[in-house]
Design a binder for this molecule. Sequence first.
Ligand SMILES: [Mn+2]
Length: 313
Amino acid sequence: MLPSTFYDFPIGDLDKSFRFAIIGIPWDGNSTHVIGNTRNAPSELRTLTTFLGRATENGNNIMDFNAVDFGDVSVYPSLPDLTRDNISIMIKELIPWNKPYPIPIMIGGDHYCSYPVIKALNEKRSELKQEKFGVLIFDAHLDYYDKWLDVEEHFHCTVSKRISEIPNISAENMAIVGVRDLDTIEIEEAKKDNLFFIPSYKFSPKGASSGIEEQVVTIINHFRKQKISHLYISIDIDSIDGALAPGTPYAIPGGFKYRELWYMLQKIIEQFEIVGLDVVEVAPDLDTSSKITQITAIKLITELMGFITQKIK
Ligand SMILES: [Mn+2]
């Protein structure tokens, strides 16, 4: 039988201290697209970890990361309020008052799943008077519609706007990086709120690597200017070039290579404390037969864990 947890990590036990907690949110009911079963990503990614090596590229043993797998949030597609509550309860349970809490690593689901996670993290951390945090999003999209089709507030394409409304966060303490498929209405909304975002083309003015190095400094300086020392990082897999990670409902050309994102994440993690992470919008049914998009998502998760672990050591 195939393992039911990510990299065979033990199932969560809240009586013990852990550094990372994997949480799946198999929810794709808030996508504007008719294609892509991102709800299946948590289980498919867990299964795929069986076939991958047990060390990061820097040689860290993934099995030594002190991580647990808390399984999936109970999702009721026709009951979004209840589903949001379930997400909030699960995230808040992770954060005890008296010890460092495990960093939640959420696997979506569509991008909307990030909102209830970030909201719950902010509520619980504020209650415990912990440092406020900024939100760094890698995405081909701004997801900054105020309302989708003028009516729907809670959708994957409104997620960045909803995150900006969370107390302590605000648009100024966010950065959306790798944007290249956007609407004028979102740009207007973003300008109005002074939202910081970097379009994809800015990463390669003089060839990809020099653009990346320059922009990563811009991202770090943006958060420093806002006096942000703690970050939540959300990775929409469509921030990777659509040709390299086609298994996502909105695959768009002109995105990052895996190595470019890897480099930026490493540099950013050197500078900030990480309060939570997610990887969203991975659609196993749209992936290639070699499952390259899903493997990219797993690699990003374990490499991120490696960067954080290396820093603490
Ligand atoms: Mn996107």
